[in-house]
Design a protein around this ligand. Structure first.
Ligand code: FAD
Length: 379
């Protein structure tokens, strides 16, 4: 019997594997990953510094331990080069591997802005444990870090570094922090709390060049200011990994296109997690991938199961000013109504016909999550 092959050992890949075994699948299972296959929780990368955790302590199991627990064959440091969906094979290092069913859980890659300058290649991004080890290594001799991108991930890293005694400067064209997920008043609360902890904000501007300067880096902003730091970290978003799928003839859009059952455009190929666009939605968060993993394991073990998302508020780990948000779908018509002050706000998003379609809570208001969820219309 050919195995189920899962490509990717992030939270999506390992969650499907665990759910498959829970659902009684006792057939062959192969896990393939470009990295070493260690298990870790990616969201912890942006809050580990202040907790005194490093890359080694974040990895809770080795790839071999995971393979043993899951009774799976692990092919680590193995990049899938191509997929032949007609022949049901994939190729690693020129060798073909036959699958019965194939699950793509290959994640997303950080977007890299095309900076000019002799320091452009030294800008770090953190999207996995190896990146994190390098980031921590470079923080050793660092006092001041420039964060490019004042969104969710950039603000979380800034929060973590400020709590750990680093000087942080944040740069981005946004009017306020996390502007794609939060109304202005909520973003301003976060901006104030991080400023109180020492953050310097350069909003509504951006930089085009990163140059080496002494032992650090220097950038000139569009508004004429100069920022000099020891290290730049870029956090300007991620793009789903679609290259392999596209080259293999699978339908792609922003992500690898699937229906509500996580079927890709070829028979016996499925996708979930950051790489997938499930029924039109690419949701790069943990809650949606866990729901998808449970549904997919049922489908793969014979009970066709649709992915049904409940409301999934996002907890933003800016502990200097905590935030929970359930943003409306991008581009939704309507407006935020926000009450509160610097200590915390409650925001509700209403459509033009007065239906609540999102909310956010910050600071001393985050305990109201359950009651705000009850105010949302039934799904
Ligand atoms: C710093 C940070 C903080 C975050 N915080 C939160 C949070 O608080 N809450 C939240 O909900 N979400 C958070 N997220 C998002 C969340 O972590 C991701 O949605 C989730 O971890 C994605 O898991 P994944 O398994 O889809 O992808 P990944 O973890 O990226 O795994 C992809 C896997 O695919 C493998 N792979 C890729 N291409 C190939 C190939 N060709 N051949 C073989 N293997 C391949 C990789 O080696 C890897 O094993 C955060 C993300 C980051 C970066």
């Amino acid at each position: 019997m050919n195995p189920i092959i899962i490509v990717g050992t992030g939270l999506a890949g390992y969650s499907v594997a665990k759910e498959l075994r829970k659902n009684g699948y006792d057939g062959p299972l192969t896990m393939v990953t470009a990295d070493d296959g260690q298990f870790y929780s990616k969201p912890l990368l942006s809050s580990a510094l202040a907790k005194g955790q490093n890359a080694e302590s974040l990895a809770t199991s080795t790839g071999d331990e995971m393979a043993n627990t899951l009774n799976a064959t692990l092919l680590n440091h193995s990049v899938v080069e191509s997929i032949d969906t007609d022949a049901h094979t994939l190729t690693i290092d020129g060798k073909r591997h036959q699958y019965n069913q194939l699950v793509l859980a290959i994640g997303a890659s950080p977007i890299r802005l095309p900076f000019k300058g002799d320091g452009a290649n030294d800008v770090l991004t953190v999207n996995n444990l190896m990146d994190y080890a390098q980031f921590r290594n470079q923080l050793e001799n660092t006092k001041c870090v420039g964060v490019i991108g004042p969104g969710l991930i950039g603000s979380e890293f800034a929060n973590d570094m400020l709590k750990s005694g680093y000087k942080v400067e944040l740069i981005g064209p946004d009017k306020w922090p996390i502007s794609t997920l939060l109304p202005e008043q909520a973003g301003r609360c976060l901006q104030k709390s991080l400023s109180d902890a020492g953050a310097i904000w350069h909003l509504e501007t951006f930089n085009g060049s990163i140059d080496k300067s002494g032992s650090g880096f220097r950038t000139e902003l569009q508004n004429g200011s100069i920022v000099e730091v020891d290290l730049f970290l870029s956090a300007v978003g991620v793009k789903p990994e679609i290259t392999l799928a596209k080259a293999s003839g699978l339908q792609v859009n922003r992500g690898i296109v699937t229906d509500e059952f996580l079927n890709c455009s070829a028979k016996d190929v499925f996708a979930l997690g950051d790489c997938a666009e499930v029924a039109g939605k690419n949701l790069p968060y943990v809650a949606p991938l866990m729901i998808a993993a449970r549904a997919l394991a049922k489908t793969l073990t014979g009970a066709q199961t649709r992915v049904i998302y409940p409301y999934m508020p996002v907890v933003i780990k800016t502990t200097l000013h905590s935030i929970v948000t359930l943003p409306p779908a991008p581009g939704s018509p309507g407006a935020w109504q926000v009450d509160g002050n610097d200590d915390g706000v409650v925001g509700r998003f209403f459509s033009p016909d007065d239906i609540m379609s999102g909310f956010c809570l910050t600071g001393n208001k985050i305990s109201q999550k359950a009651s705000l969820l009850k105010e949302m219309p039934a799904l």
